[in-house]
Ligand binder design. Structure first.
Ligand code: NAG
Ligand code: NAG
Length: 334
């Protein structure tokens, strides 16, 4: 597969390429192929490719997968991944997909393939959550779903979980908006550790997490018109996902407001390991470095892995970069 084709199918905003071909218009609605309706809902004119789950052990997949409902009223569900031929109990990774809080699904091929490889290569059970999207369900809806799935895992009788999961070793992982959700789920879970037992969280893996703020960072200014993820697009994503009337210095978008969440002190005491991935070619990189610094200042056990070049989405879309994530997960396990 040529590099250009891979970028088209994997880039976070692959829609933008069409725009660049067709016109020089930088209307973010047109760029994202979305229409905001009068009732506050969004018409999404393009759906990223999706994959079916594959529970058949005779098929040559990286891992088995199946879908289970979480909350039927909220239409949330999870895709669960189990490595082939497992005998021992495995660590659990709860995964939150990206897409600016407004796009993508746990069924999207882009995230399905990543999670199947994650399960196989790190020998983990992966639970990838289908959470509610904005603007139909603005934040904190996705955060509520992100914690509800932890309660669900704890009480589920599904044999893939009860037979194969070591509940004492659970990690929360997410990419882009999913990295923001994994972080917030971690903050919320840290405040209720007794309620989710025997599930025991040991760490967070935040892959190019999506954060913002009203004051522009140098990387936002430098990469304002980035083809992959321009600033008008991330501004619009915040407008569509934050509570109505909130600005980007809301605690949901800016983790550094008021000196950071108080519960980070608990996370330090629990000894959770946190990994933060980023790269210079992503306009969000300075926000990710700010988060790393906040965690370091709080003496949280955090590892930053920052790379030169690249772009937003590269750790999911480029298999060689996904390996960096799998490697860190394995180092957390050992
Ligand atoms: C599963 O992971 C191992 C490395 O741990 C790798 O050698 C193998 O090719 C992977 N299998 C599939 C089907 O991707
Ligand atoms: C986001 O909202 C702010 C405040 O209402 C507005 O000034 C800005 O133009 C909006 N941006 C986008 C991309 O919609």
């Amino acid at each position: 597969m040529s590099v250009s084709i891979r970028i088209v199918i994997t880039a976070f905003c692959f829609h933008l390429l069409l725009l660049l071909v067709n016109s020089s218009d930088m209307d973010p609605y047109k760029a994202l192929h979305i229409i905001l309706n009068h009732d506050g809902t969004l018409t999404r004119l393009q759906t990223p490719p999706q994959s079916q789950p594959s529970p058949d052990p005779n098929l040559p997949t990286p891992a088995l997968s199946k879908d289970l409902p979480i909350n039927k009223l909220k239409h949330t569900w999870a895709r669960i991944y189990l490595p082939h031929k497992t005998h021992s109990k495995l660590p659990l990774i709860v995964f939150y997909h990206g897409g600016g809080f407004i796009f993508y699904s746990a069924a999207s091929t882009y995230f399905h393939d990543f999670c199947a490889n994650l399960a196989n290569q790190t020998q983990s059970v992966v639970v990838s959550l289908e959470y509610r999207l904005a603007p139909e369900h603005r934040l904190p809806a996705a955060y509520e779903d992100s914690v509800e799935v932890l309660h669900w895992i704890k009480s589920s009788n599904d044999p893939w979980l009860t037979r194969h999961v070591d509940y004492s070793r659970c990690y929360l992982m997410g990419e882009s908006a999913g990295g923001n959700i994994a972080y917030t789920a971690g903050l919320r879970a840290a405040a209720i550790v007794d309620q989710i037992k025997p599930l025991n969280i040991k760490g967070l893996i935040l892959i190019q997490p999506f954060f913002g703020g009203t004051k522009r960072t140098p990387s936002e200014i430098r990469l304002e018109k980035d083809w992959n993820l321009p600033l008008v697009v991330t501004d619009l994503m915040w407008n569509l996902s934050l509570p109505v009337g909130a600005n980007r210095d809301h605690e949901y978008s800016n983790p550094t407001v008021n000196g950071g969440a108080k519960v980070l002190d608990q996370i330090r005491l629990f000894g959770w390991k946190v990994g933060v991935f980023g790269c210079d070619g992503d306009q969000l990189v300075d926000r990710q470095r700010e988060l790393l610094k906040l965690l370091e200042d709080k003496s949280v056990n955090v590892v930053g892995q920052f790379y030169t070049g690249g772009r937003h989405g590269i750790f999911i879309g480029d298999p060689s970069m996904s390996q960096k994530v799998f490697h860190l997960v394995k180092s957390f396990y050992s």
